[in-house]
Write a new protein. Sequence first.
Length: 337
Amino acid sequence: MKILGVESSCDETGLAVYDTQAGLLAHAIHSQIAMHAEYGGVVPELASRDHIRRVIPLTRSVMQQAGLTLGDLDAIAYTQGPGLAGALLVGASFANALAAALSIPSIGIHHLEGHLLSPLLATPRPEFPFIALLVSGGHTQLMRVDGVGRYELLGETVDDAAGEAFDKTAQLLGLGYPGGPALSKLADSGQAYRFKLPRPMLNSGDLDFSFSGLKTAVLTLSRKEGVEARADIAAAFQVAVVEVLAAKCIAALKQAGLRRLVVAGGVGANRALRERLDAEAAQRRFEVFYPPLELCTDNGAMIAFAGALRLSAGQPAADGRFGVRPRWALAELTCPA
């Protein structure tokens, strides 16, 4: 079964073709970062218009890369939510119109489920069950995953997500938008233990997170120390976030009695986080899995793959009607029929 995946939930247009026999055949992403950087953040109307411009050329590109024609497709998967309503509507409308024209099924996919399952595209791939850390610009959650659609929320952020904290802290340090990658790069040249920043909820006794207080501590410290200390502040911030994330992951594994950890989402590409978790895994003898670096951020491959898993498991396709769900809790998902 060959599936076209369409991702348009925010500021990246992602298309991909996944084959249940041969694996990922092709994928392409267009990022809107340069466009939104002028405004210091994502402008929803501009995002939607850019998705319209990009989705057809990217579809042609991935089909050519895969060596297929549209007639070779067996289904189309698209991001139904959560995300920006207008951006989601672009992908959903395109996917369902194309599916109707080709007389093939379409299936709406939860954006976070795509991230959650994306490490299964790597080699080696984790087996169920496992603990998953979903860590991105909009979400920081710990989940127990027993299978497709079988997710139990163990803990989540009570305020800023980790990726959001990275971006906001980068703005405080004058690094512009998007700040997360820039802050991580700056942190590489800093002394991580020159300054001691708080580790919010590190010893809270539960699996929830909080990063807004850490951001406030950075603001206070940066005003005191000035621009000359930016690299050291960035390094101290990154170490604090990584320490909290790692500690909560270890606690979740112990609580669930599992030995497999999966890390997904854009912050999963952070080198310091990967190094810390790899070290903890070696010391504590558990396994840790990540998606390929190029598939950590939003992409069509994870949507095509999640669609393939759900269709293969027997979930019915859409009946011709479609809608989008800008707000959609992952816990609302059910197992495929």
